[in-house]
Write a protein that binds this ligand. Structure first.
Ligand code: AMP
Length: 184
């Protein structure tokens, strides 16, 4: 199990989230159960509680930039960055960023892909939190962490809304660096 963020004052968050997450079977291909967070995002109170809870373990840790992974990591990462008084950096699918970029390839639960960041997005020594909605195999987050390190950033940790623990993502990333609100 990754470090749970359930030492929260918000004791009903886990049950409220569980009730609102939507499982979509066989999306985007047969055998994958897609964890759809859009019902959570559509509820402003619940969305706010998620942002507060995902930021909480990193308060006081001098995070200077939050890296959000395309695409749902943008939605969660931007308000978490503001909550931590940090900047926001998008980690995008290859070919989308306008300026000079660095790329890492990785394999996904359903296919393979890459992740790209602007080469000047992180300054040497900056303290970085990586945010995404779902931790599956950990390939995406691991590739993002490699980019952070290549640019001279110091990884403070990873914050996910949920982890599919049976895919061993927390083990791949290092359990002590991973926080998540829910584990399946
Ligand atoms: P992975 O690299 O295998 O950890 O996959 C993580 C990325 O794929 C994240 O950006 C997730 O948003 C997405 N993802 C993987 N599996 C799922 C799933 N079952 N439900 C929703 N998103 C997923």
């Amino acid at each position: 199990m990754p470090l749970p963020v359930t030492s929260l004052t918000d004791t009903t968050l886990v049950s409220d989230l569980t009730a609102r997450l939507r499982d979509v079977p066989d999306f985007p291909k047969p055998g994958i159960t897609f964890k759809d967070i859009t019902p959570v995002l559509a509820d402003p109170r619940l969305f706010g509680r998620v942002v507060t809870a995902m930021s909480a373990p990193f308060r006081g840790q001098h995070v200077t930039k939050v890296v959000g992974v395309e695409a749902r990591g943008f939605i969660l990462g931007a308000p978490i960055a503001l909550a931590l008084n940090a900047g926001f950096v998008p980690a995008r699918k290859p070919g989308k960023l306008p300026h000079r970029s660095v790329v890492e390839r990785y394999s996904l639960e359903y296919g393979s892909d890459g992740v790209e960041m602007h080469e000047d997005a992180i300054l040497k020594g900056e303290r970085i939190l990586v945010v995404d909605d779902v931790l599956a195999t950990g390939g995406t987050a691991e590739a993002t962490a490699k980019l952070v390190s290549r640019l001279g950033g110091e990884l403070v940790g990873f914050s996910f809304l949920l982890s599919l623990d049976f895919l061993e993502g927390p083990t791949r990333l290092g359990r002590e660096r991973v926080t998540t609100l829910l584990s399946f």
